[in-house]
Design a protein. Structure first.
Length: 331
């Protein structure tokens, strides 16, 4: 158990403000078509959705950047969108939130990664994905590297948010980590299956259970398996910390200088787990950048995940709600 005093919580809350965090990875747009089905199409035996609402939200690494913003920080999203209608919508969302878009590069050769959900009578019917999983070309990669080199002295932290959509190439990953370590800048990683072991020598490596099982070729069934997997990742990646998220099992924290620590989930009700991983990496990173130790940052991230899991849909964590929830539990 990690106890954080009210005085310490207040200190960390104030420190969140203005922390400048670069979020590098796969920028996405989430689209929603919402309506009713009252008839079957005469063209084919399929339902006809009468659209009542259509809206778009940030997804992927863009959702991580949004979480940094709602936690009081200054996000610097770094990634790629296409020269298309969805790219224009993505840019308009950045403008609405007054988020710096200098790190967003337009690549005419690929579409803006967009996931469109069709929801009929509150039932998710189908999802339509428009994306390219090919690696970005060397020219785009160099633009990202140069942009990061130009701004790194102004950063309090870097998040690498990988959804395996082609932005984080092996060579770019190596360049970013090398630069961050050279400049002594905090760097955290939320990995996916590809390039899993490219993320060596980072501050925090945060996989989930399924990613870890798949990459290690094992099943995590009990506490012994959790310990074995976490320590294997720690040794293979040489990261300062490994944070293994276990869903309803909470969080397991590993480092070479201390014993493994476990933290139970803080989710009181689970309406939707979508976006919980984005919330964890965002809260963890801004917490560490604000002076929290790894265990304090994990407590805050655990609470943040619990809060957003109680909401329907992908919603960012709000700083006031986060700290109020932790304070209430301290009473």
């Amino acid at each position: 158990m990690v106890d954080i005093s009210n005085k310490r919580l207040d200190e960390l809350k104030k420190n969140f403000d203005g922390k400048r965090i670069a979020v590098i990875g796969d920028m996405m747009l989430d689209g929603y078509f919402w309506g009713d089905v009252k008839r079957i199409s005469p063209e084919a035996p399929v339902p006809v959705l009468e659209v009542e609402d259509e809206f778009f939200r940030f997804g992927g690494a863009a959702n991580v950047a949004l979480n940094i913003l709602t936690l009081g920080g200054i996000p610097v999203p770094v990634g790629v969108i296409g020269k298309d209608t969805y790219g224009q919508i993505f840019s308009s969302l950045l403008n609405e939130r007054n988020i710096d878009r200098q790190g967003i590069i337009i690549d005419e050769e690929r579409p803006t990664t967009t996931k469109t959900r069709v929801i009929a009578d509150s039932q998710h019917v189908v999802r339509i994905d428009k994306e390219s999983k090919a690696y970005i070309n060397k020219k785009i990669e160099e633009k990202i590297s140069q942009f990061l080199a130009n701004i790194i002295d102004s950063l309090d932290g870097i998040i690498l948010q990988d959804y395996n959509k082609g932005i984080l190439t092996p060579s770019l990953i190596t360049k970013i980590i090398s630069l961050a370590n050279k400049k002594n800048v905090l760097i955290t990683v939320d990995p996916k299956f590809d390039n899993f072991f490219e993320y060596k020598n980072v501050t925090v490596f945060k996989p989930n259970r399924i990613e870890t099982e798949t990459v290690l070729g094992t099943r995590i069934k009990d506490d012994k398996d959790i310990s074995s997997a976490g320590n294997e990742l720690l040794n293979k990646l040489n990261s300062k910390y490994v944070l293994l998220t276990l869903g309803e099992g909470g969080i397991a924290v590993f480092n070479k200088d201390d014993a493994e620590r476990r933290m139970p989930t803080k989710a009181r009700k689970v309406a939707d787990v979508s976006g919980a991983g984005d919330t964890v990496i965002s809260t963890l990173t801004i917490g560490l950048a604000s002076g929290a130790n790894i265990y304090e940052a994990c407590v805050l991230a655990n609470y943040a995940a619990g809060i957003v899991c109680g909401e329907v849909g992908i919603v960012p964590i709000e700083k006031e709600k986060l700290f109020l929830t932790v304070l209430k539990d301290n009473l």
